[in-house]
Ligand binder design. Sequence first.
Ligand code: AMP
Ligand code: GLY
Length: 429
Amino acid sequence: MKVLVVGSGGREHALCWSIAASPLCDKLYCAPGNAGIAAEAECVPIGAEDVPALVDFAKSEAIDFVVVGPEAPLCAGLVDRLTEAGIKAFGPSAAAAQLEGSKGFMKDLCAKYDIPTATYGRFSDAEAAKAYIREKGAPIVVKADGLAAGKGVTVAQTLDEALTAVDDALLDGRFGAAGAEGVVEEFLAGEEVSVFAICDGKTALVLASAQDHKAVYDGDKGPNTGGMGAYSPAPVMDDDLAARVEAEFIKPTMAAMAAEGCPYQGVLFAGLMVDEKGPKLLEYNVRFGDPECQVLMTRLMSDVLPALIAAADGVLDTFDLRWYDDEVALTVVMASEGYPGDYEKGTEIKGIDTAMAADENVMVFHAGTGRDETGKLLATGGRVLNVTARGATVKDAQTRAYAAIDRIDWPKGFCRRDIGWRAVAREEG
Ligand code: AMP
Ligand code: GLY
């Protein structure tokens, strides 16, 4: 088969690394890819959001199967356009991708089908949103309706913060069209967990558990990022909780989406808040988490490609996936100094090969890299490397990942030094 992966981050590197190992894959392309992905796939210089060019490329190269990594092309209808062109693709239609692309759509679906989530109001009028906030009081959460690159959510501890967030989104247009509408919702306390399922429109296959660290600094302090590290399995996800999430969220959502006329095919990523009463839905994403995908692919024993094809073909019910159950995977994100704020681009990175050669349990996925004309490896983004290790325990994987990081020579990079701390604490009792 000829396979095309769409995207350029660590998630897509992990997907390419897994798919390239599949005996079903004869030729792998990635658009646009990055310097690490170039070791697994032929990178083609087409942006992940350039839907017409991606469809043209897939047609002209007679691509058999397309795997879409990020949410933006999904929400823009890439899978719809590929399907119309007769090209099989893994990922939801634009209508189904509204689960991530519109917070209001997701909340209304939950309300209609009794899926537990924070109480909420939908607003396009700032005064009405503010009246609702004053009535409910702080803490309270303000969200832009559309895709805002992870920056559209304000968890407001005070009334003032919440009112300012409304002004930013609804009046000042900080998130553009994505913020023309908003959701204000109840603040939920507890521990966050993520659940990933591969779905074929009818059946959902829940994957191994994984957890990320969103805050930029040690101790889960500082502003939220796309994720500074992740590990799998997530010890908080015991069998009882996993069964509840499947029964109370994943299955009802699959049924609801089918009933609404937009059956869900692709990865369903549920972000949940768990307290003593149980889980509630914070958000749905319509793609693999990044960097959660990196630890999931590391722990996956089965060939991933047939599973993705089975999802696109609607035959997941005949399918199962096997995992390295006695292994933990942990990834640490190395980011450019300054991230998630402004950062310098084009700084040189050395030592990745040395770091990987020193420990066969280590794999460095590239999230934001490129090469200059002399072949030097350069950082091109905020999140740049995902240093990933397998181990017998979380502590073991963590030790290996940080030993690898210490072998990487990148003065302009930084990372958290405590990825997995909750899981290590649980492990050590
Ligand atoms: P979202 O993009 O909706 O997942 O929100 C980003 C992050 O904001 C989540 O991962 C949570 O840490 C936090 N968050 C979102 N909604 C709530 C809520 N209702 N209560 C508390 N924290 C929330
Ligand atoms: N790591 C969280 C996300 O991909 O949204």
